[in-house]
Design a protein around this ligand. Structure first.
Ligand code: IMP
Length: 222
């Protein structure tokens, strides 16, 4: 049985994360390198459709050393703001590269309160990631969610994308998110992902949760 997973990504951080998890259950990961210009982001209504489209596109770029039984992994994520009915969602990349974090803060500027818990509720949002694994025409989907809220101002420093404006809810010892106003075992202490180290962000990561959900559905490679 093949235990090679080809990950369609240009991001070395994502590659290392998948390697970390897959190695533990006996799989090896290789990067499926495709010119990013050739992979398009479909205007789909949900991340699963986007991920499946990327798998179909990846199938057109099978490398010559791809063996029978090898698998293809893709992953897609986005930010969903409740007060904006889930926007930017599947449009997260486009929105970030156009209006950016300052534009998102402007869109929500009318939603704030002197009470921090009320503010957090008004500005609630979550990151969602979908990891999809193709094997012999079958697709397994893993999902991960990181709930939190949009900050009142940007906190730059670390991370990428919407990290400077996203504050995750605290987590309990089992890594379950708590509602606003509750202090947990794991906390960014009111800082956005942009204001904390990447090891701390990792604890909350929607991407990690999606990979774990996916890998829980895979048999251990022998
Ligand atoms: P991708 O599918 O991982 O490329 O994510 C799509 C867009 O969502 C990115 O361009 C980012 O703007 C945003 N995004 C996804 N995950 C994160 C994250 O962990 N932090 C900040 N922004 C993210």
């Amino acid at each position: 049985m093949s235990n090679t997973v080809w990950f369609l990504t240009g991001n070395q951080g994502k590659l290392a994360e998948a390697e970390h998890h897959l190695k533990q259950i006996g799989y090896s990961v290789r990067q499926l390198i495709v010119d990013q210009e050739l992979v398009y982001e479909p205007q789909a209504e949900n991340l699963v459709t986007v991920a499946k489209s990327k798998i179909n596109q990846a199938l057109n770029f099978i490398p010559s050393d791809f063996s029978d039984g090898d698998m293809i992994l893709v992953e897609d994520a986005g930010l969903f703001v409740d007060a904006l009915h889930g926007f930017p969602g599947v449009y997260s990349s486009f929105v970030h590269s156009t209006i950016g974090n300052s534009g998102m803060l402007r869109l929500l500027s009318h939603l704030n309160s002197a009470d921090p818990v009320s503010s957090a509720n008004l500005r609630s949002a979550h990151f969602k990631a979908i990891a999809a694994l193709w094997k012999s025409d079958e697709v397994i989907i893993g999902e991960g969610i990181c709930p939190g809220h949009i900050s009142l101002e940007a906190m730059e420093g670390n991370g990428f994308g919407y990290d400077p404006i996203f504050i995750p809810y605290d987590l309990d010892a089992e890594l379950n998110p708590l509602s606003p106003g509750n202090y947990g075992e794991f906390s960014t202490h009111g800082k956005t992902f942009g204001g904390v180290d990447s090891e701390i962000k990792q604890k909350f990561s929607h991407r990690t949760k999606a990979l774990i959900d996916l890998f829980n559905q895979m048999p251990s490679a022998s």
